[in-house]
Write a protein that binds this ligand. Sequence first.
Ligand SMILES: NC(=O)c1cc2c(N)ncc(C(N)=O)c2s1
Length: 318
Amino acid sequence: MDKAQAQEKIKSLKELLNRFAHEYYVLDKPSVPDSEYDQKLEALRQLEEQFPELITSDSPTQRIGGEPLEGFQKVQHSIPMLSLGNAFNEQDLRDFARRASQGTDKPLSFVCELKIDGLAISLTYEDGKLVRGATRGDGTTGEDITSNLRTIKSIPLSINEKRKIEVRGEAYMPHKSFLALNQVREENGEELFANPRNAAAGSLRQLDPKLAASRNLDAFLYGIGEWEADVVSSHSERLTQLKELGFRTNPEWKKCDSVEEILEFVEYWTSERPNLPYEIDGIVIKVDDLETQEDLGFTVKSPRWAIAYKFPAEEVVT
Ligand SMILES: NC(=O)c1cc2c(N)ncc(C(N)=O)c2s1
């Protein structure tokens, strides 16, 4: 096979493998058995070994990078990643909805989403390639953890959007990964992680991407920061756009047209929470209309158009 033929074959294998990975890790609906994925991946590895100059950064063989880093570079968020104000009870939620409705004369609808208990992340794509992954940090300055976020298999290394786009979400450790990790640590006499959030944070702070890869993290994306494209008019449409762009979004969101509907959603997930395969520490409620979000703006540190309802702290059974 000459180089031109190899290039064609590598291109088609990458497209096929990235589609299989999307079906498996993002949609949770694999269309081929693992054995077929593994066989195609091995074929790609061999071709790339034969023609290393044809290796590209978005190849599935490139998820786990090279040598461990010396340290993490600081990165600036062009649009701050803000923290949310908290609500702890029904009255707080009613007050939030009332304040929001006073900021506009439009009828108000909200979007309720599960508040994933992980680590806020930002992913930047340029010319369709993942060029940067960062932690939230203090909201304006985060840390470049691109090599670790590349190891999360549900995060696409390339997307079809060629304009620069920055998406935001939460990296987290599923319960299954957390239990398995602590079991190994217990067998090795190591200190256990207190909860999945600490385990995810500890994993993403590893300088060696091979270690981060071994922790079986996952991520949900839920927001768009910077984007050169014309955005849509509501947050709910934005969630659909994220999914269409190939990102893994959390399906349990609901559009609510009243405080009563918000309270129902909160009540439902307060009881359903233990049945989720990942940790959530609350419910995020956002005004759906993006123009109204603009009208409402921000306080010193948080948006007026969103709030985090926090579940009551669980009694620790000693
Ligand atoms: N600090 C924040 O702005 C957010 C934090 C989180 C979180 N931990 N989980 C889900 C969402 C969401 N779906 O919007 C948000 S938004």
